[in-house]
Design a binder for this molecule. Sequence first.
Ligand code: ADP
Length: 226
Amino acid sequence: MNNVLELAAITKGYNKGKPNEVTVLQGADLVAAKGEVVALVAPSGAGKSTLLHIAGLLDTPDSGAVTINGTDMTSLSDRKRTAVRRGEVGFIYQFHHLLPEFTALENIVLPQLANGISDADATKHAMDLLDRVGVAPRAKHRPAALSGGEQQRVAFCRALANKPSLLLADEPTGNLDPDTSDRVFDALMELVRDTGLAAVIATHNLDLAARMDRTVRMDQGRLSPA
Ligand code: ADP
């Protein structure tokens, strides 16, 4: 099996033992293979972000196993988990979260420098990514000078800057108008297909979900095929 991500029997709740206790995940299983794009569909509040944060090692489950590229993450030290997160996982959020004082190019170069890549190589890779999503002519602009669609395209490039094997996206076009959302989603899918990584993309939009390889639905803290 060529599974990049395996989530097995994940449970997660907040405020355990308190009056405001909430159980979010109740035995969630999910697999994403190399080259596979999985749509995660659920209503707001169902636990999509919680699941993505656990899959991306930003949060830990109460129980269950997170396996990335065949390695059980629960047995790793914090330091090693952080190294896997930095090297193997790319995140895209609904809002771009680009650093406002840096240019589009710099926003994609900086995470590579932090990962030990040379300035020349990082710049070349960043320009190649920007070119693939059609934003290369805007490379020297700061985020505030870009349209919403352009900002999000740059955020896609930043997520892929360190050549992750897993992409996790939380409503990546949810903040854009429908037309822009469609075109920006096309750009994302092209990038994902070119790169051949595994992706889990949360969306409310069933049309977008239908353009991915398969859909899983979240219901009562579990996942099932659509
Ligand atoms: P979604 O992404 O599907 O909208 P979330 O994963 O953000 O859902 O949230 C799922 C549930 O968990 C919600 O009821 C939310 O209020 C609750 N929740 C999320 N994070 C926390 C937290 N840090 N503390 C308490 N409750 C939380």
